[in-house]
Design a protein around this ligand. Sequence first.
Ligand code: AR6
Length: 187
Amino acid sequence: MTTNEYRIGETRLVLVRGDITEQEVDAVVNAANSTLMGGGGVDGAIHRKGGPAILEECKEIRRTRYPDGLPTGEAVATTAGDLPARRVIHTVGPIWRGGANGEPELLASAYRSSLGVARDEGLRTVAFPSISTGAYGYPTDQAAEIALRTVKETIETNPGVFDEVRFVLFSEADYETYRGVAERLVR
Ligand code: AR6
């Protein structure tokens, strides 16, 4: 298996090439949209493999907490249904519109909020996909820079909270992009 491991204090930062739905972790993060009603890419795979219990809980969250949808950059947790993870943390990354419309801050917020939900629920191992770089069109090199910098900062400001934060990259090219940034930022 293709994998690279780094250390930030007591926390492992791991890059793996693989499928987010197969991760045996406390929480997998879903690259969702504001409706929380499912979609393609990571979102489609999570709902398909996790089964209907996830959508049922998303509907309840919409009804009770977010009638207008989950805002970009925020995160909520549900059951992971039939997935090997314990929980799914749904977050919404920004749609790329050229980069001058708050995209970097919103993407950082999606990572920070997801780790905040994990911390609040005591979820110590968390797996992320590359948020916003599929259907939402965020350039992968720029997204990797924000993802890794934000996760590193969040781990550093929350010592002892996370055992492992894992990035699960679907393609070899994405994996190499994240690895190149990690070698510079985390090494
Ligand atoms: N495991 C890991 N990574 C994956 C998987 C998987 N099973 N499937 C795709 N990727 P995307 P976004 C990669 O489009 O850009 C949905 O319709 C993919 O190659 O899933 O945040 C939602 O409902 C890419 O590198 O998320 C939203 O409407 C990365 O995951 C919208 O797409 C993210 O691609 C969100 O778009």
